[in-house]
Design a protein around this ligand. Structure first.
Ligand SMILES: [Zn+2]
Length: 130
């Protein structure tokens, strides 16, 4: 499920694109299985934001550690800060959808979906069209 989420798929069914109609625009249900995006919880976006921070900043911290380990003691600070600064801006944009679907995978692992959490795919299309 985590791998499905990392690749921007529905963590439950593996449906491609899952909840996303654009890079940042979401619909309320999965287009393939009808799983509701929100399942009666509060603060869901906070978990997605935390996931975004982890998967965006985590690789940058690892890169920083690797660069320091390889170039120590002659660290070229300015080029390193430029690369890491650009990464700090670009990574969250690139990983925005994956942060949501990865968090959904964690949420599903902690709280498996109940039958009430699904909307039939036909209903989902109709309600999302309005
Ligand atoms: Zn799905």
């Amino acid at each position: 499920m985590l791998l499905r989420g990392l690749f921007r798929r529905c963590a439950w069914c593996g449906g491609r694109g899952a909840f996303f109609t654009g890079w940042t625009s979401k619909q309320s249900t999965c287009r393939t299985c009808g799983l509701n995006w929100r399942r009666g919880d509060v603060g869901y976006e906070l978990g997605a934001a935390a996931t975004a921070a982890i998967i965006s900043v985590g690789p940058l911290v690892l890169l920083l550690g690797a660069v320091l380990a390889v170039t120590w003691p002659d660290v070229h600070v300015v080029p390193m800060l430029i690369v890491l600064g650009v990464g700090a801006v670009v990574m969250p944009i690139l990983l925005y959808p994956s942060s949501y679907t990865t968090w959904q995978a964690v949420d599903i692992l902690l709280r498996p979906p109940e039958p009430d959490d699904f909307e039939s795919v036909g209903e989902a299309s109709a309600s999302n069209a309005s």
